[in-house]
Design a binder for this molecule. Structure first.
Ligand SMILES: NC(=O)c1ccc[n+]([C@@H]2O[C@H](COP(=O)([O-])OP(=O)(O)OC[C@H]3O[C@@H](n4cnc5c(N)ncnc54)[C@H](O)[C@@H]3O)[C@@H](O)[C@H]2O)c1
Length: 364
């Protein structure tokens, strides 16, 4: 089995809680050789802890004899780093959102096709055993899909990662933080086709692109399995001081509706992420735990009517961890030529839809 030499760009929360330990725990598939982070505190601590070469700059790290790179920097750096890595012949795994606008995603697709390398997006929920089982169940259901509802209450990560020995750097240069913010505003402006005020930039980059993007992507996969599609957008809003988001669209070909609501609840140490699929005599519900709780089950509940009685089934397909499964699939795509599950094209569809919804929200 080919062992891939991997570097990780960006060593904050998701790298320390997920990607770095998960890659290290797959030693037959990956050898983590280097990390890059502008925080000296973070890179020096992780380098000492795991015996890795440490770089201040991700592009410099790309010259360190890598086969592949994991990009887990702030969002506004994903596109440039992905293109630079592909141009160097590296395989790429990039966290979501792949980019804020479809023009940047088109640049990544062109670089991927020119390089002939694998480019996978970090939509780990597509590897969740409960999601995969629901897809299988949906393929067997007759009758029209009436509604899909998504609701998320997100307290942020703190309650779910406080027990980890994380290294947090307060020494990222101020100029780099300002550059990141300026990049984000410029990239959101391209997505919306207009100057967005800081609150709209926050609504688009936060609730929509950073969080609901997982649900939009999962819903697209579930709709495929159910033989339906997202149709005409009918509603959109940024809510609660643009720290929350709402969107809705018609279902195609039925007259059903998809609605999604996401709220930041930073003072409520609780995480709720629920997707419900409604048919005339059946309902399926997925309840995701906070993504940082490894091997916690996503609940899949199936409810079937039997006249006035109801049968409720709680499925438990497996304890496999989506964040680990996505890495195995990335390796299989690189080494065995397996199809890439989460493509840049899917990311382009997601971000194109968000731009449409955001424009609808702004038009009101
Ligand atoms: N798949 C998921 O569920 C999931 C969960 C969390 C985060 N994410 C995504 O992962 C990415 C990172 O999120 P996070 O929560 O770990 O953020 P974070 O702020 O905790 O960490 C980001 C790290 O990147 C470093 N950094 C900043 N600019 C950099 C640059 N130019 N090059 C290299 N490193 C740089 C920072 O110093 C910091 O250590 C984001 O895109 C986020 O959307 C995905």
């Amino acid at each position: 089995m080919t062992r891939l030499k991997v570097g990780i760009a960006g060593c904050g929360l998701v790298t320390q809680v997920e990607h770095l330990p998960n890659l290290i725990n797959l030693p037959k598939l990956f050898e983590v050789v280097a990390i890059a982070d502008p925080s000296a505190t973070v890179r020096e601590a992780l380098s000492a802890r795991h015996g890795l070469r440490a770089f201040e700059s991700a592009t410099e790290m790309m010259t360190a004899g890598l086969d592949a790179i994991v990009i887990a920097t702030p969002d506004s750096y994903h596109a440039d780093l992905a293109v630079a890595a592909l141009e160097r012949g590296l395989h790429v795994f990039s966290e979501k959102p792949l980019a804020y606008n479809t023009a940047d995603i088109a640049r990544i697709i062109a670089a991927r096709d020119k390089a002939g390398r694998v480019m996978q997006v970090g939509y780990m929920k597509r590897f969740d055993p409960a999601y995969l089982m629901l897809c299988d169940l949906l393929r067997t259901v007759d009758g029209p899909l009436r509604a899909v509802t998504v609701d998320v209450l997100d307290s942020g990560s703190d309650p779910f990662v406080a027990h980890h020995d994380m290294v947090v750097g307060t020494d990222v240069p101020k100029a780099l933080i300002e550059e990141g913010a300026a990049r984000r505003a410029a990239q959101v402006k391209v997505a919306l086709g207009t100057d967005a005020d800081p609150l709209v930039t926050r609504g688009f980059s936060g609730p929509y692109s950073s969080s609901l993007v997982h649900d939009l992507n999962v819903v697209q996969g579930l709709l495929d399995a159910a033989g339906a599609k997202m149709g005409k957008p009918v509603g959109a809003a940024f809510i609660a001081g643009n720290s929350g988001g709402y969107l809705s669209a018609k279902l195609d070909p039925t007259d059903g509706l998809v609605t999604m609501t996401w709220m930041a609840t930073p003072r409520l140490a609780y995480y709720c992420e629920r997707i419900s699929m409604v048919f005339d005599d059946r309902n399926f519900e997925l309840r995701f735990p906070s993504p940082y709780l490894n091997h916690h089950l996503t609940e899949l509940i199936e409810r079937r009517a039997n006249g006035l009685a109801l049968e409720e089934i709680r499925h438990r397909p497996s304890y496999a961890e989506p964040f680990v499964e996505e890495l195995k699939a990335w390796h299989a795509a690189i080494v065995d030529g397996a199809p890439v599950v989460n493509t840049a094209e899917q990311a382009a569809t997601d971000m194109g839809l968000f731009a449409t919804f955001a424009k609808l929200a702004l038009a009101k």
